[in-house]
Design a binder for this molecule. Structure first.
Ligand code: ADP
Ligand code: MG
Length: 293
């Protein structure tokens, strides 16, 4: 049988190298070697402590320089997945505990971007204006912002759509999510958060977006972010991830961390491979044994 990992399936051409590669070096030229994100002893209470979502939750995410990681968080509905992403993006603070970014407590200046399921693009702005926005906010000169945004739009395959309003039905659901992904990646974040980003898309577009997202991740010339994704879709998680964190129980804690030992370069044919299916079955079994919250 042909080995799909070395298959001769034609692949799309490599995404062009851009001038926006992030620097992971400190000012004295050394690479950063701390974890990129640490959640330390997180407790989350509501209603004066009557509801306790987390009790001393700890999660450690390593920084893999020049490669990045694709981490997926899974677990029953209501277990706190979105809450974790909100902590990391700075939208919510836990009742107790700390969130560290590169070993230091997260501050408002860190601006870790997040792609949501819907309404991720600003419909009153054009596609180009949407993508330029983070660069404008950083004070980057207009001409350079435009250049970088256009280069980013090429990467996400939206060249030719720059001047359209970022709204449905001028753009499809998948294209609007690509605008959001472009906007969130254009400033070269070290971390990108995605909360069920493909949840509102039809199944075919969703599959295309998975391949697209994986390609973005594999392109180390342009990016090497640590991506932290929340999804309910086990196949999506296995296809995209380098590691899957499964949460469960109440108060919620980490139940399993699964390293996905599949090739670095992936295409849709991987989904038929026995090793892929084995991971899917294993995770399905783990999830079925978790208590519903
Ligand atoms: P997930 O994304 O995994 O579905 P969330 O992070 O949205 O879960 O929510 C985690 C838990 O926090 C849920 O069980 C929810 O009921 C609880 N929660 C969130 N806000 C409040 C609140 N204001 N009062 C009580 N419980 C809350
Ligand atoms: Mg959620």
């Amino acid at each position: 049988m042909e080995n799909i990992f070395s298959s001769s399936q034609p692949r799309s051409p490599k995404i062009p190298e851009t001038a926006i590669k992030p620097s992971r070096k400190t000012s004295d030229g050394k690479y950063l070697d701390q974890n990129i994100i640490d959640l330390v002893d997180i407790t989350q209470e509501y209603e004066d402590g009557k509801v306790k979502v987390f009790d001393k939750l700890n999660i450690e995410i390593k920084d893999i320089v020049n490669k990045g990681q694709f981490i997926t968080i899974m677990g029953p509905s209501g277990c706190g997945k979105s809450t974790i992403l909100r902590y990391i993006s700075g939208l919510q603070k836990p009742t107790h505990g700390k969130i560290l970014f590169h070993g230091k407590e997260l501050t408002e200046k860190d601006h870790i971007p997040m792609v949501f399921q819907q309404y991720s693009s600003f419909p009153w702005k054009t596609v180009l204006q949407n993508v330029m926005l983070p660069l404008n906010m950083m004070g980057i000169p207009e001409e350079e912002s435009r250049k970088r945004a256009l280069s980013m739009l090429k990467i996400v395959g939206l060249n030719g759509h720059e001047n359209k309003w970022a709204q449905y039905p001028l753009l499809s659901g998948g294209q609007l999510q690509r605008v959001a992904i472009a906007r969130n990646l254009v400033a070269n974040p070290n971390v990108l958060l995605m909360d069920e980003p493909f949840g509102a898309l039809d199944i075919l577009t969703r599959r295309q977006m998975q391949v697209f997202m994986r390609k973005i991740f594999e392109d180390n010339n342009a990016f090497d972010p640590t991506i932290i994704l929340v999804t309910h879709d086990i196949r999506e998680a296995v296809f995209l991830s380098t590691n899957i964190i499964i949460l469960g129980d109440s108060p919620v804690n980490v139940k399993n961390i699964i390293d996905i030992d599949l090739p670095d370069i992936r295409d849709m044919y991987l989904k038929r491979h026995p090793k892929f299916l084995e991971y899917v079955n294993t995770i399905e079994d783990i999830m079925e044994n978790l208590k519903k919250l």
